[in-house]
Ligand binder design. Structure first.
Ligand code: PMP
Length: 375
């Protein structure tokens, strides 16, 4: 008996292993391969000698929570209670899992927009809920008509991801209006807004649920320091929720992790005083543009990318084989690992799109695109 009979080895593990076995350049998994800010590593060295090695308070280090509240205020103009509405988590994944475990009950329905990040479904299923997958439209934007059709009085939550992995698309103002109408119609419906790529936005500024939700009493957001500071391995992030819901979330958190890594919390608290966020979008925009210019002579068609560090590419001019098979051949025959987008779809819809991660040093991007242009 398995509680998650359909969960096997993820495509990320498969592709990274294939990259390791074949020596392919790994543009599959979403993590940076360049050094972390030296200011952060020197804080880490200093903190190692300080008294920061014991349990932190359950919801997180108070100074860190205050600084996160300040960050939210500075960026989105929202006043949030660091005491009652914020939880420091072991990455976005634990924020999402804990929120779902605390708030989803047996037979609750949860709307998930495909292609979707792979941690939502297992959490919903373990909580006894039932995921309802609705496809994004051809441009990877929410299809509000289809979402409306999927909603009913049992819909307890909608999970959205903006900026979006894997497509790199971002919401526009009208998306917030459409969701507001739905939340108005379904008074029980909660909104979990996964914004782990919030600071990786290019031409257009990221619009957050913090600033646009008219139903903040039913809105939760999750963020990831891993994405923002190039430290995915630290597994640090945070969740926001209104006090009443957060009380329930904390009940789960306290027996799941109790409190997250103390040294990492102390480091991030100090780092938040000195770090510049405004550079991050520019930094990745330059990488996106470099990747696109290097790919110009290839037979891949790059899709629009508004944010995140992912670039989708259409390979239908090269091959009509299934995207999983194409990615395997890309790694073994051409030496570059990518992720097939169909694995993010519950119905495995295959649009002949694959995902490249451009959070890599320029040398890696140059070498990878040289190979891709030969196909
Ligand atoms: N949501 C999305 C859309 C992601 O892409 C990721 C990480 N790949 C997460 C959540 C989880 O973030 P973390 O690594 O902080 O757990």
């Amino acid at each position: 008996m398995s509680k998650l009979p359909h969960v096997g080895t993820t495509i990320f593990t498969v592709m990274s292993k294939l990259a390791g076995d074949t020596g392919a350049i790994n543009l599959s998994q979403g993590f940076p391969n360049f050094p972390v800010d030296e200011k952060l590593t020197s804080i880490l060295q200093k903190k190692a000698t300080e008294n920061v090695h014991q349990y932190m308070p359950m919801p997180g280090m108070p100074e860190l929570r205050e600084k996160i509240a300040r960050l939210i205020h500075e960026n989105y103009g929202r006043e949030i209670s660091s005491e009652n509405e914020l939880l420091v988590t072991a990455g976005g994944t634990q924020a999402i899992f804990t929120a779902i475990m605390a708030l989803i009950e047996t037979d609750d329905e949860v709307i998930v927009l495909d292609p979707s990040y792979d941690c939502y479904d297992p959490a919903i299923l373990l909580a006894g809920g039932s995921p309802k997958h609705v496809g994004l439209n051809r441009e990877y934007r929410p299809d509000w008509e289809a979402i409306k059709v999927a909603c009913n009085p049992n819909t307890r939550m909608i999970i959205t991801n903006n900026p979006h992995n894997p497509s790199g698309r971002m919401w526009t103002s009208s998306d917030f209006g459409a969701l507001e109408k739905l939340m108005n119609q379904y008074e029980n419906m909660l909104w979990l807004s996964d914004e782990v790529y919030e600071f990786i936005a290019f031409e257009q500024k990221h619009i957050s649920a913090h600033e646009r939700s008219t139903y903040l009493n039913r809105t939760l957001t999750c963020s990831s320091f891993g994405k923002t500071f190039h430290i995915t391995g630290w597994k640090m992030g945070y969740l926001t929720a209104p006090k009443k819901l957060m009380e329930e979330v904390k009940k789960v958190h306290q027996f799941n992790v109790f409190s997250v890594n103390s040294v990492a919390q102390a480091c991030l608290s100090e780092y938040l005083d000195i770090v510049q966020f405004n550079d991050l979008g520019r930094f990745y925009q330059d990488k996106r543009d470099l990747f696109a210019s290097l790919m110009q002579s290839s037979r891949f068609q790059l899709l629009p990318c508004d944010g995140t560090y992912f670039q989708l590419a259409d390979y239908s001019d090269i091959s009509m084989e299934n995207d999983v098979e194409f990615c395997k051949r890309l790694a073994t025959e051409y030496g570059v690992a990518a992720i097939p987008v169909s694995v993010f779809n519950e119905n495995k819809e295959d649009r002949k799109h694959i995902r490249f991660c451009f959070a890599k040093d320029n040398d890696t991007l140059i070498k990878a695109t040289e190979k891709l242009c030969k196909i």
